[in-house]
Design a protein around this ligand. Structure first.
Ligand SMILES: [Fe+2]
Ligand SMILES: [Fe+2]
Length: 342
């Protein structure tokens, strides 16, 4: 490390240029007005999951099966939302490394904060419903609870494989590519939380869904604004990657928005039956998980929305025959290829 103590300032009037990419931009350019507006909205709409009316939740009014079934849904959501803070934190670092304009950096900071709120919300709901802060080490009280814990362990295992792939993907891809994957998650998230809000009767959950849904709407607006800025000049190579990532996003996010495709998710044979049983119990207890048909329709609509956006930029859309959407054939997608987040 000879160069380390060398005093350049003794021999030069100005320092040499800083090698790039350098993690910090010393500039605050602002070109995209819409992003500044979303940032300001995120400050106005800030909320604290711990301040929701938790005292109105009487867990003893639920049976243990109902408690375990509802906690299972929050656990399933956590597989996506508990990974979101580090996922967006990584993307936030990238916005600094590539010296993104100031409102993009601010927006990514807000998404990271929001996603941590969502994860905190999951934790509060699970801890209350189970009387234990960790669904994997919890002692199940019912037979359904035992089968759901097995489901949760498999979900956790699958989600873990996604993180290592994501970490490799972030430096490799342009922000523009990352955004298309994010958008997929955000469109879908905004719709599911609206449905959960409409169909749930427990006040504290309703309040949480309302706030999360509003956050997701802002995340969607961020993605749209950056796409509008960058997509018109996107090269053909990136366009092809976007098509592939949309298909990957469908496979990944289906686990929470629809049902996990079994050739992509490594899950036991009884997984879906257990999950359906839990959803039935949770619905019976006034917890608004949409029915199979409603989920499918919701997911199909979200995908068609996204297709509408990508069509504007002439980006080929992948075939998603599972929900009746035609397009370009994309095969051989693995968990390691996944960028999307929720
Ligand atoms: Fe979220
Ligand atoms: Fe989000």
């Amino acid at each position: 490390m000879a160069g380390h103590n060398e005093r350049l300032s003794d021999s030069m009037e100005f320092p040499p240029p800083t090698p790039q990419p350098n993690v910090y931009p010393l500039s605050w350019h602002s070109h995209t007005r819409k992003l500044q507006e979303v940032w300001e909205a995120s400050l106005r709409e800030n909320w604290d999951p711990e301040k929701l009316p938790w005292d109105t939740l009487d867990v003893d009014s639920y049976t243990w099966e109902e408690r375990e079934a509802i906690a299972y849904w929050w656990t399933l959501l956590s597989v996506f939302d508990a990974s979101a803070p580090p996922v967006f934190a990584e993307a936030l670092i990238k916005t600094y490394e590539v010296h993104e304009e100031d409102p993009v950096r601010k927006c990514f900071f807000s998404v990271t904060r929001d996603e941590q709120n969502h994860e905190i919300m999951c934790g509060l709901a699970i801890t209350r419903m189970l009387g234990h802060p960790d669904p994997l080490s919890y002692q199940p009280k019912t037979d359904l609870g035992r089968r759901l814990q097995k489901n949760a362990k498999w979900l956790y295992f699958n989600g873990g494989r996604y993180w290592s792939g994501y970490k490799q993907a972030v430096p490799k891809y342009d922000l523009a590519v990352l955004f298309s994957s994010f958008l997929m998650g955000e469109i879908a998230a905004a719709t599911i939380f609206k449905q959960m809000y409409d169909n749930s009767r427990e006040a504290v959950f309703k309040e949480g869904f309302k706030n999360i849904g509003r956050d997701e709407g802002r995340h969607m607006a961020i993605c749209m604004a950056v796409m509008e800025r960058d997509y018109p000049r996107m090269g053909p190579e990136n366009r092809a990657i976007v098509t592939k990532q949309i298909r990957a996003g469908y496979l990944f996010l289906s686990a929470v928005l629809f049902e996990p495709p079994m050739d992509f998710w490594d899950l036991p044979k009884d997984f879906i039956a257990n999950q359906r049983e839990a959803e039935e119990v949770a619905r019976g207890a006034g917890f608004g998980i949409p029915s199979y048909e409603a989920k499918k329709e919701n997911w199909r609509r979200a995908i068609l929305n996204l297709k509408g956006v990508l069509d504007t930029y002439h980006i080929p859309f992948p075939a998603i025959p599972e929900v009746g959407v035609t397009g370009e054939e994309v095969s051989d997608t693995a968990m390691e290829d996944i960028i999307p987040v929720f």
